[in-house]
Design a protein around this ligand. Sequence first.
Ligand code: ATP
Ligand code: MG
Length: 567
Amino acid sequence: MSTEETAATPAAPSNFIHDIIAEHAQSGRFGGRVHTRFPPEPNGYLHIGHAKSICLNFGLAKTYGGKCNLRFDDTNPAKEDVEYVDSIMDDVRWLGFEWDGLFYASDYFETIYQYAEQLIEKGLAYVDSSTTEEVRAQRGSLTEAGQHNPYRERTVAENRDLFRRMRAGEFADGAHVLRAKIDMAHPNMTMRDPLLYRIRHAHHHRTGDAWCIYPLYDFTHGYSDSLEGITHSICTLEFENHRPLYDWLIDELGLYHPQQIEFARLNLTHTMMSKRKLLELVETKSVSGWDDPRMPTIAGIRRRGYTPAAMRAFCEEVGVTRFNGLTSMGVLENAVRADLNKTAPRAMAVLKPLKVVLTNYPEGQVDELEAVNNPEDPAAGTRLVPFTKTLYIEQDDFREDPPKQFFRLAPGREVRLRYAYLITCQEAVKDPVTGEITELRCTYDPLTRGGNAPDGRKVKSTIHWVSAEQAVTAEVRLYDHLFSIENVANIPEGEDWKTHLNPKSLEVISDAKLERSLATSQPGYRCQFERLGYFCVDSKDSTPEHLVFNRTATLKDTLAKIEKRGG
Ligand code: ATP
Ligand code: MG
């Protein structure tokens, strides 16, 4: 689906899961209970797709006065780590949610082992000693039934004995697996004797060396849901094929049975939602870490300056469907703009400074001018900004030879300095060698304090500025899309997707000039730089001596409007 189509879908598509819950409420299936869970595997940092799942699961619990657990699906010892566990808890809380129960699938290892023995006793599971290649070859295809191998006919006693010896550590990795005995001709390949356990002599971040056999995800997941009394087990569409197995495993043992429900994954343009690939970006140092502000991780967008409210609003807006699509990054950016427009204090900052000297302004004089902190929030009040003889304006706000639609400063032209005076450019001073413009010599009209001329004359443009004498120098990091192509998922298998990384995703400005009031901004502080965008103080690299600001989002729309109306 194209971005345009995505943009054309209704703002808040109805959530079909509400209908399912309503049905259950009517039939009494769960006695009116709603108990969901968010089940991440702790093998990486959470991304924006996970945020959608978090908002959905915790949101449903909230809507229905139910509960939501946080469960770590930690069945794969090789890739998991406590660093990830900690970051996941931190991110869930940052999004504004608190779990009712905190669980680890690894806590159920003993119980799940007992379930496996029960299946063996019922003749529903067997130890297969084929190699991985043999197992694959015997599975058949969509058009061809799988084949039975002799191990499938092992007796219960034989299976019990072998499985216990697998647990006891008698065999090397890969020597045997435990499989469900279902149907090798089943049209759903997931049901062709799926693997339940494999041997892995690996250290687990929680259970240590207690186990050398580990249950597979499909074998663990439903039982974990069942043990926790989950009512609605919500997962992404690719698990739809696994639902019959989920149901079979629970029903064959006569256990409490939650309802699995699938919904479409979130995909965003110009980025990717895969922990595995995001880890690759971190490991190859293509980004500075999991919390690089260009990353689609929750840690990254947090550091970028996104608010939890904006993230929740975004998840609400994209809605929950059963249709895999591609959402424009613009939808996410608009969500943070909408939130910060209401809440972020305004300030003036000049990213690419051009010096302006007011030739008729008294040397050493400081005029403290009143500036509005947030036009959207009168309660935010006002502040004083110092106006002095030497100022900085944006290089882009001056043209020596202005094109037709350019209404900002140019030789002989008068413009308004925001909250200050009308100034007129008299001369552009150039470097004699390079020819580069080094400063503008301008005059100001002392009668225009506050920005209006008593004689009613109009100017076509208002530009921002900073006092050169009282400016704070800061590093400003401007971020752009991580990938230059829109649909990263479309990169053919085998092609190195990293070649599509946007080489211009980060521009560092080392000597931006900020208004005085920003000198003491603390890490995490968010504001709008007027006419430029939303920015926040970097939570890692910023110090009082060396301020670092990250651009959260541009103000694209506003700038375009200012240009259009020429004010
Ligand atoms: P990844 O491929 O990035 O590792 P995953 O699905 O393997 O993702 P899990 O840790 O297993 O990651 O996911 C935890 C929960 O988040 C699951 O319920 C999963 O369905 C959901 N989830 C993961 N990615 C997305 C996404 N892009 N959109 C919506 N939900 C997602
Ligand atoms: Mg996974």
